[in-house]
Design a protein around this ligand. Structure first.
Ligand SMILES: [Zn+2]
Ligand SMILES: [Zn+2]
Length: 123
């Protein structure tokens, strides 16, 4: 394994997916901290709004009080993530919600550097 390829800013999505699959299997990565989604095979910020990312048991994208799925909006241009409950309007501050927000922000950043890296090469 070469150190140079790891330090390259634009890590290919497939490489991230493989690495995260391995780390998760080894118990070194929580499935909620992944940047790549193994179900949709996309960056997590690109598919987190899917109903498959609502997990009532763990409280991920789920308002327990209303028993209702949180809505999530990702702004790829501003690089922001916002989540709220459509029933009570509350912006969740739970650990699960912070985990989702953090993973999406990191996935956005990785996706951006990946995209910018490609643009550089095409120039
Ligand atoms: Zn997904
Ligand atoms: Zn609610």
């Amino acid at each position: 394994m070469s150190v140079t390829s790891i330090s390259e800013a634009a890590e290919q999505f497939g490489a991230v997916l493989d690495r995260e699959n391995r780390d998760e299997e080894l118990g070194q990565l929580s499935p909620h901290e992944r940047l790549s989604c193994p179900v949709h095979r996309r960056w997590v910020h690109q598919c987190v709004s899917s109903p498959l990312h609502v997990i009532p048991v763990t409280g991920h994208r789920w308002c327990r009080r209303c028993e209702c799925a949180h809505l999530i909006a990702i702004d790829e241009i501003d690089g922001t993530v916002s989540m709220w409950c459509p029933c009570c309007g509350e912006v969740p501050t739970t650990l699960a919600s912070r985990q989702i927000t953090r993973a999406c922000l990191q996935s956005l950043a990785a996706w951006r550097s990946h995209r910018d890296g490609r643009a550089d090469r095409a120039r």
